[in-house]
Design a protein around this ligand. Structure first.
Ligand code: CO
Length: 290
């Protein structure tokens, strides 16, 4: 009898100790996801950002998601309208205060350009902070390796609007940059041409420009052209520089040259196949954090 009580209480004590240990561990460790985009002030893009979040939340239902925009200009503009989106630094500081110990930061940028470089620095500054975040990872943008280029190209082709046939000319509008990572745009053109010679990629602020593409359209005697953003969201550039009615928009320039033009205002992140690239990247990061 006494032995029975002795062993039962011993077992109970052991059980309580283990449970206590387990709960202490979960109390001390908290994993979070920080999604970081350039940002946009266009209300239409909210749906795209919401879609990214819901896909990420679906994949990781028990992990809290936070947002940050890298563009100070956009954050200021939104702030004036009463919408507050944190910078990556502020978002990470808040997460640290909230007790997050492990954070998977995911860049929603297209290239590893200036915005990504700055984000990398922000993330690095949160490493080794006393009493702060224990582990932090940064997920790569859409283009960064041979596999990522092939994958993105495949996803874009899989998600083309039904009305676009294989023989229609399609011009993607990329952003382009002075940064060395601009090289990813002409590189992507190479990948696109492996799948379809009528798919072109030009940039607003880098190389190749629309003029480069027009040379090919002339050569091929193209008549109809579709315009699509090669950007995370269909924001300001897509709505004005690409599809706008001003004489210097791509649509107007091409129409003035006699082409029949149709703009499609969906960002790359409106396709779940593209969002899946980020979801997979986050999954990889979370595994590293364990
Ligand atoms: Co811009």
């Amino acid at each position: 009898m006494t032995n029975f009580i002795k062993y039962t209480s011993l077992a109970l004590l052991l059980l309580i100790t283990t449970m206590n240990f387990a709960s202490n561990k979960t109390k001390k460790e908290k994993t979070g996801i920080l999604l970081v985009a350039f940002g946009s002030s266009y209300p239409e893009t909210r749906e795209t950002f919401k879609n990214i979040e819901s896909e990420v939340q679906k994949a990781f239902p028990n992990i809290d998601i936070r947002w940050a925009y890298t563009s100070k200009f956009i954050r200021k503009k939104l702030n004036k309208r009463g919408e507050h989106i944190d910078s990556p630094t502020l978002a990470l500081a808040k997460m640290s205060e909230e007790g997050f110990t492990h954070i998977a930061v995911q860049s929603l940028h297209v290239i590893p350009g200036a915005e990504y470089d700055a984000l990398q620095k922000n993330v690095n500054s949160f490493r080794n902070m006393p009493k702060g975040i224990k582990e932090i990872t940064l997920g790569k943008p859409l283009m960064f390796s041979h596999e990522s280029m092939e994958n993105l190209c495949t996803q874009l082709n899989n998600n083309l609007p039904k009305e676009i046939s294989k023989n229609d000319a399609l011009i993607y509008m990329g952003h382009g940059t002075h940064h060395q990572a601009n090289i990813y745009y002409p590189a992507m053109q190479y990948y696109m041409w492996q799948k379809n010679k009528n798919h072109y990629l030009a940039t607003v602020e880098g190389y190749p420009s629309l003029d480069e593409v027009i040379k090919y359209l002339k050569e091929k005697k193209t008549k109809k052209v579709y315009l699509l953003p090669f950007m995370t969201i269909a924001g300001d550039h897509a709505r004005n520089d690409m599809a706008g009615t001003d004489s210097d928009s791509w649509k107007s320039i091409l129409e003035a040259k006699g082409y029949k033009v149709k703009s499609i205002l969906t960002g790359m992140a409106d396709h779940n196949g593209v969002v899946k690239i980020w979801v997979d990247s986050i999954e990889e990061s979370l595994e590293k954090l364990d």
